[in-house]
Design a protein around this ligand. Structure first.
Ligand SMILES: [Zn+2]
Length: 293
């Protein structure tokens, strides 16, 4: 039994997990007060493990942890929120994986991340409850990206020109990702690597940047604008993080499926079966998390 004086209790969301030995798993968890941690869940791969059900990917758990030399050891775990709906849905899994990948990419150990913690839980709860609404969950991802960038100090400048400082006017302006935002037409024309950004795209990005999710969840935007906003934020994240995000590929692949179904003259059964087979590695309890290290 672990010495209680050398142990601590924390809330945690399971961001990643991988098999360690025949019986154990290493979990990457995100906590509100201690940042990101790697913990070992001894025996959690055994079918008789009492802990296993409380340590599912993306779940919110309450953990008792004993300090140890390499990885601290999870001695007790209780599920606070299982997010069962999203874990049983491929779109939910792909979106949750993306959100968790961004949290993983932006955070470090031993820091206080209370606002990021709150943001993460808002998003997981919303995904769990709104899975059949792809437009809404896509919008949620864009909102999450902008809020995450703001909390980590990388908020793109969307309101004043990065060159002259004037308020941006409601015209076509210029986006320069390396510079971190938007230039007015006058300044933008001379910026290398600047690209035009239309008014609708800039407006939706501003709207998402400065509002709470409560006031946005029923917002409906056109598909062209949604895709343009997605492209801007994806490329900006790659610029900031200096690497590609793995889980975006899953989202793009899943998006292809309805189109394939339409093209097959309504052969829904076959497509459904194909989709299950195609994406089996994405199952959160199987090889996805392990293979993705
Ligand atoms: Zn300017």
């Amino acid at each position: 039994m672990a010495d209680r004086s050398q142990s601590y209790r924390t809330r945690a969301v399971i961001l990643r997990r991988r098999n360690y030995s025949d019986a154990d798993r290493i979990l990457t968890v995100f906590t509100p007060r201690m940042g990101k941690r790697m913990l070992i869940a001894k025996g959690s791969r055994k079918t008789t493990s009492r802990q296993a059900g409380h340590l599912e990917l993306f779940s919110h758990s309450s953990l008792q942890v004993a300090q140890a030399r390499t990885w601290d050891i999870i001695t007790e775990s209780v599920t606070v929120e299982s997010f069962l709906q999203l874990r049983n849905d491929l779109d939910g899994i792909s979106r949750a994986a993306y959100i968790c990948e961004l949290v993983d990419a932006f955070t470090a150990e031993d820091d206080d991340y209370e606002p990021v913690w709150e943001l993460l839980l808002i998003c997981l709860r919303e995904l769990d409850g709104a899975l059949n609404d792809a437009a809404r969950t896509d919008l949620l991802l864009r909102w999450f990206e902008l809020q995450m960038l703001r909390l980590m100090g990388f908020q793109p400048e969307l309101f004043a020109c990065l060159g002259c400082g004037d308020d941006l006017r409601p015209v076509e302006n210029f986006l320069q990702l390396q510079a971190g935002g938007v230039f007015c037409p006058n300044c933008g024309r001379t910026q290398r690597g600047a690209e035009p950004i239309n008014l609708a795209t800039l407006r939706i990005l501003r709207h998402l940047a400065r509002n709470r999710w409560d006031s946005l969840r029923d917002l409906r935007i056109g598909r062209t604008t949604a895709l343009a906003a997605e492209s801007v934020l994806q490329r900006y994240l790659v610029t900031v993080l200096e690497r590609r995000l793995k889980s975006t590929d899953f989202i793009y692949r899943l998006r292809q499926v309805p189109a394939e179904r339409a093209g097959e003259g309504g052969s829904a059964t076959r497509t459904d079966a194909g989709r299950r087979v195609d994406h089996r590695p994405l199952d959160p309890g199987s090889s996805y998390s392990e293979a993705d290290q």
